[in-house]
Design a protein around this ligand. Sequence first.
Ligand SMILES: [Zn+2]
Length: 197
Amino acid sequence: MPMKRRRHFWGDPDRGPAARRPLGPGPLQVLRRANRSMELGQHSQAAILFERIAYGARDLGMTRRAPPLFFQGARAHLLAGNSEAGAEMLWQGLKLLANEERWDQLERAGARIVDELERIGEAALAEEVSEWVEKALAEQGFARREIEPAGQKEIIRGRLPINCGNCGVVLRLDEVEWIDSSSAVCTYCGSIIRTDT
Ligand SMILES: [Zn+2]
C-alpha cells in the first residue's frame, strides 16, 4: 500500500518552529546525564534516559531532535545487550525520518547504522535495516534525485570541539548540521557550536 503523503497547511513540518526548537532545560538535564552515562559505559542507564527524551521530543513535534535521540538510545540498548529494545528505538527513529520525508538524512543515518550494527554483531538487524531503507528510498525515486551528492557541499569547516558544550555529547562530523564554516547545530540538543577557527 503506498504511503499516503501528508499535507501540512503550514508547509514542511521539518521547518516548523517546533521541529528545530532546542531542548528545554528539563530534557537537557536528562540528556546531559544520558551522555555522561554513555561515556562511563553505563549503557542500560543511558538507554532509559535516552528513551525518555526521545519519546518526549517526538511527542512535542520536535522532529529534528527526536531521531538522533532514538538512534543514541538504540545504540545504548544494543551495547547493554537489550537487542529487542534497541531495535524498537531504531525503527522509531528511522520511521520518523521517513514520515518527515527527510530522505537524505535517512540515507546517511541508515548507512551509518547498518555499519555500526555489523560491527557489534547484529548482522540480522543490519540486513533488515539496510533492506528497509533501500526500499523506502527506492519508493521515493523523485526525492532521491534531490539528494545532494556527497561532496557537493564541501566547504572549509573549522574544527569542532570534542564535546558539545551544552549537552556534553561527543560530537561526530556527520551528526551536526552546519550553518556556515564556523558554526554548527548540535543535533541532540539544538545549541549552536562554534568551531575553533
Ligand atoms: Zn548538544
